[in-house]
Write a protein that binds this ligand. Structure first.
Ligand SMILES: Nc1ncnc2c1ncn2[C@@H]1O[C@H](COP(=O)(O)OP(=O)(O)OP(=O)(O)O)[C@@H](O)[C@H]1O
Length: 256
């Protein structure tokens, strides 16, 4: 079943076409990667899907609902969550508080109910704490729940970012370079982690990643962007043997 589709999604910045005629399809439960050289338009594609940018042309559909031009918070609420290239945690807050804050998206109490800690707010707060503990258990972070986010090792901070995105109950999770800056051991651990959360939460995952061992190891399908244009789409083995992809990465024709 298709959960996300972009139709001719295009993003121009002045005279520069950062993403041109992008036609993506994500099926429920898939892990799909978006790769391409630096500046190819990958983050711009993410920004269009998550409402940071409104495509200058084309449209984006989440389960047949046209979400083009919706605000990022509306899109998150519908069920699309993301992480960022650079870790964006509340560094001085605890692991638990980082997750609790993300949970607030689903709180129904209004500001006054929260300030005066009315019964509905207290009930909701208790529920949120329970839900957050369950989430931290499932993501292997429960033992560090009271630690400051900034005190965690880098690999764990990345996991916390993902846990925080999961707190919004997404159906689709977009990961922007989750393995950036990781050593080989952390990278391997992250690969298992992504596979694990995909199964546990029944997610559809769309991921930008430069580490090819991660991309080739866990993706069902891969899209390749070069100068904003989709030059290939296929399974890991199809992509590894695609001449256009090899040329884009090496910058020269194989037989030149
Ligand atoms: N807000 C913006 N205004 C103008 N140009 C932009 C903007 N955002 C991105 N670009 C340009 O669009 C192109 C694509 O950038 P983008 O960040 O999407 O690439 P990327 O594939 O994510 O690169 P990287 O792998 O380095 O993160 C680049 O030429 C970039 O300079």
């Amino acid at each position: 079943m298709e959960v996300l589709r972009t139709e001719h999604a295009t993003m121009q910045f002045g005279g520069l076409t950062a993403v041109n005629d992008f036609n993506l399809c994500l099926n429920q439960g898939e892990i799909v990667a978006l790769i391409g050289p630096n500046g190819a338009g990958k983050t711009t594609a993410f920004n269009m899907i998550t409402g940071v940018y409104k495509p200058t042309q084309g449209a984006i559909f989440f389960k047949d609902e046209n979400i083009t031009g919706m605000r990022p918070d509306q899109i998150t609420k519908l069920g699309i969550a993301r992480t960022f290239q650079n870790i964006r945690l509340f560094k001085d807050l605890s692991v638990m508080d980082n997750v609790l804050i993300a949970n607030h998206l689903h709180v129904r109490s209004n500001f006054l109910e929260a300030v005066f800690r009315f019964p509905r707010y207290r009930r909701e707060e208790k529920e949120m704490r329970k839900k957050s503990i369950a989430l931290l258990e499932k993501t292997g972070l429960v033992s560090v729940q009271n630690e400051k986010a900034s005190s965690l090792p880098y690999g764990m901070q990345r996991k916390l970012e993902i846990a925080r995105a999961l707190a919004t109950d997404p159906e689709i999770l977009l990961l922007d370079e989750p393995a950036a800056g990781m050593n080989p051991r952390e990278t391997e651990d992250l690969t298992h982690f992504i596979r694990g959360i995909q199964k546990e939460f029944g997610l559809t995952i769309f991921m930008i990643e430069h580490h090819m061992e991660v991309v080739m190891g866990i993706s069902d399908r891969i899209y390749v962007l070069d100068y904003g244009v989709t030059i290939a789409e296929g399974t890991p083995s199809e992509i590894q043997n695609n001449r256009k992809v090899i040329e884009a990465y090496l910058g020269v024709a194989e037989n030149a």
